[in-house]
Write a protein that binds this ligand. Structure first.
Ligand code: GLN
Length: 277
């Protein structure tokens, strides 16, 4: 079968895959990716596919139907203004995490400052910030060397000059040295049904799960960051909406000031903020 047109194929395959993970939208993206074209070209030219391309698409659909995220199939994901390389050693960056980037950009202009993205994974947060504020000194740290390799690739591809550090949370840094610490740490409870969600079982559990109802790492970060922040420095952490009260209480317990909660695009409490007085 050598003369299959893309649009007919997409319709046919989406009928065949009703009620599976691979949606019609996913199939369209798989076709665009395989042919290396954009949507305009697809709808304007309705290109034909050869046997090799058809095989590739069938293979992608098989993997997607087992739950593998598109970001791992494609090896990339858009986040903020960056196109990030992504593999199974890092979380797929979520749109709600862009809230951290947005808030920090709205709080700080391009005056030089030192910022640490703690548990950076793919580098999504730190590298996005640095691409917007090249005058900042940005450190991206992670315990996982495999994650840091992904961040390194993204640093190179996006031509930004972040410092990548292999460290267990703050242990490698000097006290009193950052103006901003930001983190999207693991915060999902081991029994949370979110872990059964689409694609999540393919993601690294050490980037998702935290003990103590998902709060163990957040508590450690809030507790220890205080002595690594300079005067008037601030900490921003991502968390699950239902953790907001606990997280705000932790900021209070450790005597941060100007404590605030920020909502993501769904209106859910997603980021907590606190300052060193
Ligand atoms: N936001 C992710 C989720 O709900 C979890 C990411 C994280 O633990 N940092 O799946």
């Amino acid at each position: 079968m050598s003369e299959t047109n893309s649009l007919e194929l997409i319709n046919k395959l989406s009928q065949e895959n009703l009620d599976q993970y691979c949606s019609k939208e996913d199939i369209e993206l798989l076709v665009l990716h395989t042919l290396d074209i954009n949507r305009n070209t697809l709808y304007r030219e309705n290109p034909s596919l050869d046997d090799n391309e058809l095989k590739k698409i069938a293979h992608f659909i098989e993997r997607r139907n087992l739950g593998e995220p598109l970001a791992y199939l494609f090896g990339n994901k858009g986040f903020w203004n960056l196109d990030l390389f992504i593999d199974e050693n890092v979380l797929v960056p979520r749109p709600e995490t862009e809230l951290l980037v947005e808030k920090i950009l709205s709080l700080y202009d391009s005056k030089p400052l030192r910022l640490l993205d703690l548990g950076t994974g793919s580098g999504a947060i730190g590298l996005s910030l640095l691409s917007e504020r090249p005058s900042w000194e940005v450190y991206c740290s992670d315990l996982s060397l495999k994650a840091l390799k992904v961040a390194q690739e993204n640093k190179k591809n996006n031509l930004v000059n972040a410092h990548l550090v292999n460290a267990n949370w703050l242990s490698a840094f000097e006290g009193n040295s950052f103006d901003v610490i930001v983190s999207n740490p693991p915060y999902v409870d081991r029994n949370d049904k979110r872990l059964l969600g689409d694609g999540v079982s393919f993601e690294p559990t050490e980037a998702l799960i935290s003990e103590d109802r998902g709060l163990k790492d957040i508590r450690h970060i809030i507790k220890t960051s205080k002595s690594y922040l300079r005067d008037s420095g601030c900490l921003l952490v991502e968390h699950a909406p239902e953790q907001s009260k606990d997280v705000v209480d932790l900021f209070k317990d450790y005597s941060y000031s100007s404590i605030r909660l920020f909502q993501d695009l769904n209106g859910d409490d997603r980021v907590s903020f606190g300052k060193i007085a």
